[in-house]
Design a protein around this ligand. Structure first.
Ligand code: AMP
Ligand code: GLY
Length: 425
């Protein structure tokens, strides 16, 4: 079957690489893709939210399945767009409906959903600009540090964690009155701080049944030892030693099952990935956030650890028969290291020549492309997170060493990467 994958990051290269391995895959297209996806698929020259261009490409290329990488098209309702268009209705799309995508698109919606279904999460209240005085009072009832979240999508920057009450109240004003996060901050969620260690659990659901994919941990801060600004993610590992069997059992009972059952009970159409951003608080899981898609760079360690044919699983999502499948995990450890442009997540140069990317060795390593352009022989940087070097090993030590060996051979001006991915484990 011909498949169209939407998106352009390291996550999409990893998904394309995995989809390509299926004997069921005919022609594979990625829109807009990057220089890495061009290696395994045909890139199409339009963005992941250009619904009319997506429609045209689906019809021209006899697309039989659409897989959505990033959240934006989902939150904008691409699933509903397909279901409501008579020319597209027959094409299954992997991703939730607009309503389901609100789990990521509105933090207030996600918190209320968890409350309705008894899913453990930090205590919270949400406020609009008209309720700023109440919000300031509520902050006064909490202990430091204070957690403020813009309700809407804010490109991963909408969460503030502040040590001082005065500072928290000032930021509250900046969000509600001064539009610090634009429309995303029309409402603000204030929640209590959870102390623990984070990990990411991914579900693939057909709306009734679900499979739990390999657990991962990403490294969000720019600097070593978890210092410096937040980023999209500077590396990831899978599995996660502290997410042991007992912990994952609790995740399943307290979070995964009630989430999927809750969506179904509320009549929300959801056929796709659910990303559970979790905090392990003394062995108990709490939801920090939901995302309606896979994680980046977590996908770059999750996909290499799935032995199943991904297309077979996605077909089962479409037909509602995921209960007939079990996930087969590769027992190896996987580590990915993100090679970024110097200056990221602030300003950085683009268009710099990249050299030294070695040919992937199956079962050993692969350099996924995240923001690259050009052709082999003339590859250029095209964004902040440029490459994501994933390696496997019999343990973390081996996987890390391999990933860093490969990374050391890759060059572009002002390359930056953390040297401590997986070291804390
Ligand atoms: P989010 O964008 O919701 O993933 O939040 C960004 C980061 O803020 C998370 O990865 C956590 O590290 C942190 N965070 C968010 N909410 C809380 C909370 N209630 N307690 C502690 N840390 C939090
Ligand atoms: N790595 C975190 C995310 O994809 O949102």
């Amino acid at each position: 079957m011909n498949i169209l994958l939407l998106g352009s990051g390291g996550r999409e290269h990893a998904l394309a690489w995995k989809l390509k391995q299926s004997p069921k895959t005919g022609r594979l297209f990625v829109a807009p893709g990057n220089a890495g996806t061009a290696d395994v698929a045909e890139n199409l020259p339009f963005g992941a939210t250009d619904f009319e261009a997506i429609k045209k490409a689906c019809l021209e290329n006899d697309i039989q399945m659409v897989v959505v990488g990033p959240e934006e098209p989902l939150v904008k309702g691409i699933y509903d767009f397909f279901r409501q268009d008579s020319a597209l209705q027959h094409i299954p799309l992997i991703g939730p409906s607009r309503e389901g995508a609100r789990l990521e698109g509105s933090k207030d919606f996600a918190k209320a959903f968890m409350q309705r279904h008894g899913i453990p999460t930090a205590a919270y209240r949400s406020f609009t600009a008209a309720e700023e005085a109440e919000a300031a009072d509520y902050l006064g009832t909490l202990q430091a540090p204070y957690v403020l979240k813009a309700d809407g999508l804010a490109a991963g920057k909408g969460v503030l964690i502040l040590d001082k009450l005065e500072e928290a109240r000032r930021e509250l004003g900046a969000i509600l009155d001064e539009g610090r996060f634009g429309e995303a901050g029309n409402k603000v969620v204030i929640e209590s701080f959870l102390k623990g260690i984070e990990c990411s659990v991914f579900l693939l659901t057909d709306g009734e049944h679900y499979l739990t994919l390999p657990v991962a941990k990403d490294y969000k801060r720019l600097g070593e030892g978890g210092t410096g600004p937040n980023t999209g993610g500077m590396g990831a590992v899978s599995p996660v030693p502290f997410a042991d069997k007992a912990f994952l059992q609790k995740v399943d009972e307290r979070i995964s099952r009630p989430t999927v059952e809750g969506l179904r009970a509320e009549g929300i159409d959801y056929k796709g990935f659910i990303f559970l951003g979790l905090m392990n608080v003394d062995g108990d899981p709490y939801v920090i956030e939901y995302n309606c898609r896979m994680g980046d760079p977590e996908t770059q360690v999750v996909m290499p650890r799935i032995c199943n044919d991904l297309v077979v699983l996605l077909e089962a999502v479409t037909s509602g028969t995921l209960d007939r499948h079990t996930l087969i995990k590769d027992p190896h450890a996987a580590v990915t290291v993100v090679l970024a442009s110097g200056g990221y997540p602030g300003t950085y140069a683009k268009g710099l020549p990249i050299t030294g990317i070695p040919e992937a060795v199956p079962g050993d390593f692969i350099a996924f492309h995240a923001a690259t352009t050009g052709k082999p022989g003339d590859l250029r940087t095209n964004g902040g997170r440029v490459l994501s070097v994933s390696a496997n090993g019999s343990d973390f030590h081996e996987a890390r060493n391999r990933a860093y060996e490969v990374a050391a051979g890759i060059h572009f001006e002002n390359i930056y990467y953390r040297k401590d991915i997986g070291l804390d484990l």
